[in-house]
Ligand binder design. Structure first.
Ligand code: SF4
Length: 382
């Protein structure tokens, strides 16, 4: 269809003007300008916004990886208050850092944060790296976090690329290449970098992150009030709900944990998880992992763990908790807690486990599933 200037029977002058502007202007420029105009009006006030201290920005970025802002906010405040400078974080005992992180999940982030703080104080004289490559060398920092810190703290021109950005770009530009393939990642990274406003990379990165998090959201994007709607390919083609495309579905492995909560003379047994597995450096009760969820007391009593800890002592299973569940990225954990009372005269063989006073249990950092159990069940056996 050819549109003549002034053909008001088809288009209003204002719409026609906008239409022409969009057609004449490169789409990249249109995207960038609309996004920045939206950001100027709609940005969220968050405590780390406008922050220039790379250490504080780094803290906030690590806490926000895989975490909603509302959930991460109190953790950020706690860390900033307890460790206002990288030196203090580096000198803190690891158990203290893990305890402060308790409940936030993805605990490797806390371990890496601590290790990187020690690297900065030990190897870099306490100076936070000020180049993209230097930031990328910190443990636990990937390209996304390095780009965010480099642009926010140092105004360096590196575009962020995360789930929010994949979603916004794939929808606006109508890209059907799966975002989790090598080709997809490369193409999106290139596009993200082309779109970056190099005069104000920090603001641009913040704008696209906020836009994806609050406006072009996964389930209910606000298309009707979207400043990009006139040129959004997904909206025009009715593909909003289909984009972005992922090629693989993550299949979760199920694991069945049976915890022996053995109370004896006011003490409980704990284990520190040190193996290369989930929840490294967190604490737990003695664990029996089976290929299924067992409610069979005979099976538990037959286990090596029971024999090692309880042996021939007189012991009563006083309570078996209902199953608790925790979903991790690649695993589903189902745990039941077996509360075991020993007679006061029994000699508890704690073996490699720590015998901890009941009243001190709350000072240890536990995985979420154990904290939930401790909060919900009445532990009466101590
Ligand atoms: S119109 Fe809808 S899908 Fe397109 S960018 Fe805006 S919010 Fe996202």
């Amino acid at each position: 269809m050819r549109i003549e200037s002034g053909d008001s029977s088809i288009l209003s002058p204002l719409f026609y003007f906008i239409f022409l502007r969009i057609m004449q202007k490169p789409k990249h420029q249109y995207f960038r300008e609309q996004l920045m105009a939206w950001f100027a009006q709609s940005h969220r006030p968050l405590p780390w916004k406008g922050e220039k201290d790379p250490y504080i920005i780094w803290l906030s970025e690590i806490i926000l990886q895989q975490t909603r802002v509302e959930q991460g906010l109190p953790y950020f405040e706690r860390f900033r208050q307890r460790y206002p400078e990288v030196q203090q974080l580096a000198e803190a005992p690891q158990d203290e850092v893990m305890k402060l992180w308790e409940g936030l999940g993805y605990y490797s982030r806390a371990r890496n944060l601590h290790a990187a703080a020690q690297y900065i104080t030990g190897e870099l004289d306490g100076r936070f790296p000020d180049t993209y490559e230097g930031i990328l060398r910190l443990k636990g920092v990937g390209p996304y976090t390095a780009a965010a810190i480099a642009s926010f703290a140092f105004g360096l021109p590196y575009a962020v690329l995360d789930g929010n950005v994949f979603r916004v770009l794939s929808r606006f530009f109508g890209i059907h290449t799966p975002v989790d393939t090598t080709t997809g990642k490369k193409a999106f990274a290139q596009l993200a970098q082309e779109l970056l406003d190099t005069k104000q990379p920090g603001n641009y990165n913040q704008a696209i992150m906020d836009f994806g998090a609050t406006h072009c959201t996964p389930q209910s994007p606000a298309c009707s009030t979207c400043p990009l709607r006139s040129a959004c390919m997904a909206l025009g083609e009715g593909q909003v709900g289909k984009l972005p495309i992922k090629s693989k579905k993550i299949k979760k492995r199920q694991r069945f944990f049976h915890y022996l909560v053995i109370g004896h003379q006011g003490k409980a047994l704990l284990n520190k998880r040190t193996e290369k597995d989930i929840w490294q450096n967190l604490y737990e009760f003695p664990l029996l992992e089976l290929p299924h969820l067992s409610r069979d007391e005979g099976e538990i009593r037959e286990s090596q763990l029971w024999k090692q800890l309880v042996g021939a002592e007189e012991a009563v299973v006083s309570h078996i908790s209902p199953p608790y569940q925790q979903l991790l990225t690649h695993q589903k954990i189902v745990a039941s807690f077996w509360e075991v009372s020993l007679s006061p005269q029994a000699a508890l063989n704690s073996g490699p486990f720590l015998a901890v006073d009941r009243k001190n249990l709350s000072t240890f950092a536990f995985p979420k599933i154990i904290s939930q159990y401790l909060n919900q069940e009445q532990l009466t056996l101590f």
